[in-house]
Design a binder for this molecule. Sequence first.
Ligand SMILES: O=C[C@H](O)[C@H](O)COP(=O)(O)O
Ligand SMILES: C=C(OP(=O)(O)O)C(=O)O
Length: 392
Amino acid sequence: MNAVSATDLLETSQRADAAQNLGPAQGTPNSDERVAGFAPLPSPAQVRGELAPSAALQYRVGRARQEIRAVLDGVDPRLLVIIGPCSIHDPQAGLDYAARLAAAAGRHRGELLVLMRTYFEKPRTTVGWKGLINDPALDGSHDMAAGLRAARRFLLEVGELGLPTATEFLEPISPQYLADLVAWGAVGARTTESQVHRQLVSGLSMPVGFKNGTDGGLQVAVDACGAAAAPQSFLGIDAGGRASMVQTRGNTDVHLILRGGAGGPNYSAGDIAAASERMGAAGLNPRVIVDASHANSGKSHIRQAEVINELAARLAAGEQGIAGLMAESFLVPGAQKLEVPAPDAARTGQDTPVLDGLVYGQSVTDACMGWDATESALETLAAAVRAGRAEA
Ligand SMILES: O=C[C@H](O)[C@H](O)COP(=O)(O)O
Ligand SMILES: C=C(OP(=O)(O)O)C(=O)O
């Protein structure tokens, strides 16, 4: 074995860091031993100032949140439909999709309150591409300042089409950059049990749904709603990007999202009644959102459309308790594989145009229904809501 000196190792890692534009780790002795470097980001206030919403859009975001609350509380008899790509990887294709969805949402506005999934942060089971904010060039270059701006720009553009936006909050810092443009939020199955995410939700301004755990466990999500509804004090950042003690008032618009689990789907009428009862017993909103994707469809986009049809038939027959549905949909059905290079490779974000090698409008994460299936799912759901009203 060749002897490698500590100096050699240090020089090698410094060269790699320089290639990635990382500053030196700044810790005192014995700290940051595994940190390759820190790259400062613009503050949330700076990015919000550069990409500011019009007064009309600010009004629309607030108005959409009120409408979502009314649907969740059963005051507005429409069905909430949270639909769109599993992840936004190509803003241009995302906007093409948004334009089509905005038109369809307008056609069905009497029955459906349609929000677009604008998901920029992907929780991974192990490793993989973690979304547009984390790696906007999809090549391992991790230009997060560009990613935050791209996500914010996308929210502005979708908002200007008149479509309310929905996103998963994963990193506790990113909401300061984006949340003012988001009408509805989710905490995913992998983070529902996390205290950090529950605290975060307690301070978010929009309604937020917690998913049941990946094992199918409901109690973690019921507990999450209880924790997020309460005032909390925790460590966070302010708009200037300063580390801060954050004190919240609690989010009373929290609710449950059933997404199935390791034991299979959980969208039967019995599952929904049991979940509603558990939430009601805890003093929380008993009306739930059903995710037709993920473990409720075995991640099959074909099965997802069938799940929507089953749920539509039940809504048409007058079933109560379902406030909304979530579905993953994009322009082209299915998904394609994205090969992300090894994290230690030095990249610029410009020399590998990953998008050029991908199918336009097809998911690079979970499989999505294509546009035709999406349009007919929205029609089926709108008809089901009309029939359900006649039934009641
Ligand atoms: O919704 C997306 C995925 O299901 C989630 O991010 C986990 O993905 P993974 O299991 O492929 O990492
Ligand atoms: C990651 C997601 O879902 P889940 O947390 O249910 O796996 C998602 O909706 O994108």
